[in-house]
Design a protein around this ligand. Structure first.
Ligand SMILES: NC(=O)c1ccc[n+]([C@@H]2O[C@H](COP(=O)([O-])OP(=O)(O)OC[C@H]3O[C@@H](n4cnc5c(N)ncnc54)[C@H](O)[C@@H]3O)[C@@H](O)[C@H]2O)c1
Length: 261
């Protein structure tokens, strides 16, 4: 009979304990990224608040206090992402967690035959190529320590496809596929790669969308409401915790009952 490690049942450490760990949160200047950066810090992590908007990254870091640094980086520029991870490593010694919340919706409200390819390329560069840049950079740091938690924020649009949001839907589906492959590639290293697929969460990104687009998305949610950034942050924190140790390559649901598969 093979022996298996005993499951941990202590509640003193684990999902609520990030003491001694450092996180790089990309897109930490606003919305979901800001919320998870603050939550991880409240639970003991040191946090590099990374955003292409230096001012908002700085604001989040200031809100957190001495255990945070602010770094300006754009996921469409790999050199800036590499520099951000180096700065985090220099400040904190090791990067245990990378959470990628950077994303844009691109132009919405156009059917595929009307979509401008330049706009499509812009969304691909940030949402999909940017996700690969974040994973690659995080992996190169984490492989040195055989431990890491990489989490990308995808979207329900990537599972089901939102009409008239082709670039967004396609890039989030690509991100989900990337996470599946990376989960398998690094499954034996102590590094997990997962994603979160939210339905509508009330943030600036959603506030900027036309009302009819938000209604279209909310109507599909059985709970008939948008999610909150606190709900997204809580689930991201769990996925990024030591306790989430037997799940990789997976996209977690956060949809108020919309995606029950
Ligand atoms: N809000 C929702 O309803 C919802 C639903 C599903 C998925 N998502 C995804 O969650 C993630 C976060 O969304 P949000 O609603 O918090 O958005 P948000 O616009 O409120 O915040 C996104 C942050 O990312 C930063 N950012 C954007 N592009 C960047 C880049 N190229 N490099 C670095 N930083 C960049 C922005 O400056 C901003 O601070 C996105 O990937 C989004 O697609 C959001």
């Amino acid at each position: 009979m093979p022996s298996f490690p005993r499951p941990r049942c202590d509640t003193q450490e684990g999902m609520s304990d990030f003491e001694g760990q450092a996180a790089v949160v990309i897109g930490a200047g606003a919305g979901i990224g800001r919320a998870v950066a603050i939550l991880l810090a409240q639970r003991g992590a040191s946090v590099a608040c990374v955003d292409r908007d230096q001012d908002t990254a700085q604001k989040t870091a200031q809100e957190i206090g001495p255990r945070a640094i602010a770094v300006s980086a754009d996921v469409s520029d790999e050199t800036s992402v590499q520099t951000a991870f180096e700065q985090a490593e220099n400040a904190f010694g090791q990067v245990h967690i990378a959470i990628n919340c950077a994303g844009i919706s691109g132009t919405t409200g156009k059917q595929s035959h009307e979509v401008e390819l330049d706009d499509f390329d812009r969304v691909v560069k940030i949402n999909l190529r940017g996700a690969l840049v974040v994973s690659q950079t995080a992996l190169r740091h984490m492989l040195q320590h055989n431990y890491g938690r990489i989490v990308h924020v995808a979207s329900i649009a990537g599972k089901e496809g939102n009409a008239n949001m082709i670039a967004y839907s396609a890039t989030k589906a690509g991100m989900i596929g990337m996470v599946k492959a990376q989960g398998k590639e690094y499954a034996e290293t102590g590094i997990t790669v997962n994603a979160l697929a939210p339905a509508v969460i009330r943030t600036d990104l959603v506030a900027a969308l036309p009302d009819e687009v938000v209604t279209y998305m909310t109507d599909k949610i059985p709970m008939k409401r948008t999610g909150t950034v606190e709900e997204a942050a809580a689930m991201l924190a769990f996925i990024a915790s030591k306790d989430c140790s037997f799940t990789t390559g997976f996209t977690f649901d956060l949809t108020g009952g919309r995606a029950t598969y």
